[in-house]
Design a protein around this ligand. Structure first.
Ligand SMILES: Nc1ncnc2c1ncn2[C@@H]1O[C@H](COP(=O)(O)OP(=O)(O)OP(=O)(O)O)[C@@H](O)[C@H]1O
Ligand SMILES: O=C(O)[C@H](O)CO
Ligand SMILES: [Mg+2]
Length: 415
């Protein structure tokens, strides 16, 4: 094996991400569905690509439509569609403006009409109209508290759904009696349809009580009017919706294994549902990496172990980072001093936390490089400053928006 482990890690993640781009899957599904005439609504980080693919298949069968994606995530005009960019991970004025426009576009449809709803992760922040007396400012504040609390996406979205005019099935309810056909790129573990983008077209499996429990458990401060709004229950039954998943994390993990095998590695998928604190996951992944190097098990070297999932971070420090970078930094502390091993952790959407990095790829010398520059790697971790730590060690992974979003991919390579 003459290539470096880092190069191989990059090849594996690049190819597996390419394999979960939504384009082909959207096209194939649409050919199968054979829709006659649609109004298109696309939301999320992959909205532009999904809409572009739909346009190529459906052409003038799309009567009108709207794409709402994150800033920097649209790639030009698509004939006949209105394109909006808005705030993520916290909604902003453009989120509301675009969502109101989407509601206008689907107003007064009849049972003869079909809304083609293209959904991808990030949708919760990009598609939103606060309910009743809830203000955007209140919603921004609650979202910010939740994102830093260590709550998982199911818990965060239980709250979001109960404060929204469009989430938790309410969008599909508004569109009724028109039919809603959803093509969904999943960035939620176990593909939970009511959680992905806060399930705007899926019966809500969470209750007001669940939402209240999340606020209490994670000590989220909210105003009195918000508590009142939260008490209205979301729809639990919808009769006008059908949903199809077009790609997910499991597929990305399977592709990663396929590429690694082609490169000559023995492989195993350890999990496709990693879900715990990012730093704990990093320590655990680091300890497995150690086992590979010291005892050549559980899989014989050269080997590539793959994990998929979504960790959480309780952001207490003042630093800059994301869950993948934090995982990678924690793993680096465990594998310090070892030769022949790397750990890579990446958000498949190309953005990890509020940074320009997608994740990190660390080796046994990462910690030494940070120390050689006069810094304490552990202190970076304490301050949730994984971005600056990995910047110093030159271990950041920077891809820019990838056009897809199926959650996070972690690799351990050893030779
Ligand atoms: N300094 C930090 N260190 C580590 N993680 C952080 C830090 N600041 C914010 N985060 C994490 O970044 C997360 C938001 O990151 P990101 O935009 O990558 O989310 P995402 O899960 O990809 O979004 P979506 O699920 O909507 O697609 C927050 O949930 C928060 O836990
Ligand atoms: O938008 C969201 O809620 C997350 O990305 C999960 O889909
Ligand atoms: Mg996500």
């Amino acid at each position: 094996m003459s290539r470096s482990l880092k190069q191989d890690a990059l090849t594996i993640v690049e190819e597996s991400i390419r394999h979960v781009l939504p384009d082909n899957a959207v096209k194939e599904k649409l050919k199968e569905l054979n829709l006659s005439r649609v109004v298109l609504v696309a939301i999320g980080k992959a909205a532009w690509r999904m809409a572009k693919a739909a346009k190529e298949v459906l052409k003038e069968k799309i009567e009108k439509g709207i794409v709402i994606t994150k800033y920097g995530h649209s790639e030009g005009e698509i004939e006949g569609l209105e394109i909006y960019e808005a705030g993520h991970p916290v909604p902003d004025e453009n989120t509301i403006r675009a969502t109101e426009r989407a509601l206008e576009i689907v107003k007064d449809l009849s049972e003869e009409d079909t809304v083609l709803f293209l959904i991808s992760g990030g949708g919760s922040s990009l598609f939103e109209k606060p309910k009743g007396s809830v203000t955007l400012k209140q919603l921004q504040n609650i979202t910010d508290q939740l994102l830093k609390s260590g709550a998982n996406i199911g818990q965060i979205n239980a709250v979001r759904k109960h404060l929204s005019e469009v989430k938790g099935g309410r969008f599909a309810q508004k569109v009724f009696p028109a039919r809603v056909v959803c093509l969904i790129l999943s960035d939620v573990l176990f593909n939970r349809l009511d959680v992905i983008a806060s399930g705007p077209a899926h019966p809500d499996l969470s209750t007001s009580e669940d939402a209240l429990n999340v606020l209490e458990k994670y000590n989220v401060q909210v105003d009195e009017n918000v508590l009142k709004e939260l008490k209205d229950e979301t729809p639990k039954i919808l009769s006008n919706v059908e949903s199809y998943i077009v790609a997910d994390l499991k597929l990305a993990c399977e592709k990663a294994v396929e590429v690694a095998e082609r490169l000559g590695y023995n492989t195993a998928i350890l999990t496709t549902s990693l879900e715990c604190e990012a730093r704990e996951a990093g320590f655990f992944v680091g300890s497995i990496a150690k086992e590979l190097v010291l005892h050549d098990r559980p899989v014989k070297r050269p080997c590539a172990l793959v994990l998929g999932g979504e960790t959480v971070v309780r952001v207490k420090g003042k630093g800059k980072g994301g869950r993948n970078q934090e995982l990678a930094l924690a793993a680096a502390l465990k594998i310090a001093g070892l030769d022949g091993v790397v750990v890579c952790s990446i958000g498949t959407d190309g953005t990890d936390g509020p940074t320009d990095a997608a994740g990190g790829v660390v080796d046994g010398k990462t910690v030494q490089r940070i120390k050689d520059s006069g810094f304490d790697p552990q202190a970076f971790l304490e301050n949730n400053d994984s971005y600056n730590a990995l910047k110093i060690s030159n271990d950041l992974l920077i891809t820019g928006p990838t056009g897809t979003n199926v959650n996070d991919l972690i690799l351990i390579l050893a030779k």
